[in-house]
Write a protein that binds this ligand. Sequence first.
Ligand code: SAH
Length: 292
Amino acid sequence: MTIHHPASTAQLPVPAQSSYQNRVADYWNAEQNPVNLQLGMIDDLYHHHYGVGDVQWSVLDESDPERRREKITAELHRLEVAQAELLAGRLGPLAPTDRVFDAGCGRGGGSITANLRYDCHADGVTISAKQAQFANEQARARGVDGKVRYHHRNMLDTGLPTGAYAASWNNESTMYVELDLLFAEHSRLLRHGGRYVVITGCYNDTYGRASREVSLINAHYICDIHPRSAYFKAMAKNRLVPVHVEDLTAATVPYWELRKEADHLVTGIEDAFLTAYENGSFQYLMIVADRI
Ligand code: SAH
């Protein structure tokens, strides 16, 4: 049998990134939503995920319009920080010498949260060059750039060292990728006994297929929300064994109800989320797993 190799691998397109992934990168490179930037400016913790916990509804009673906006912004940020803390709390215990991997890291708030909590090393990966640059500037400004680094890479093929990580996670970034490929990469990077955590929106298998609202969310973010079942199948295939599963749906609904009231921050997707959660077609889920 004769196998023909290309004359030189240099002729192949590098990096291996699909047209879809190019569009996702374009989206995040251009993204300047106030709901992501104004909340982060409060304490330089930039999160691009939703919040959990009870809302202090008294923020809506403020009569001065400017003050009211500020109070709503601060309250939404408090809830998104609480979500990041919930995830980070499941990564440990970790030592300052440990490394963690933040897959689909956005503007970097999750890795900073982990570093503040455990003093650990963190590698964040995003497909957006702009986000990686922004996040690295933030790490420098905080003086943690020796330990927290962000990379413009594909989380399915990171080039990071095998077995070097004590913990890893995806915070609202799994809906952009094939789960089998993603969990294979986490499994490769995590050491034996390492911890993996995901917080994600998923569609509810008991509803049937993706609802109209789930499809609207997919179109809005250019993503492809997986069914809940897909997570457990792909984890089982990739040596990730769930140790804790938590339905955060009820905990995130107040965040969306408050965000709907925030005229200065809404992006237009709020009703789709609230309806999807209400009609049972969509769930906000945390899965914690061990790498065996
Ligand atoms: N985890 C962050 C950001 C969530 S937003 C947070 O909690 O704030 C989704 C992120 O997934 C974006 O940063 C986007 O660039 C990233 N992403 C999507 N597809 C990716 C891929 N294939 N590789 C790396 N990052 C990806």
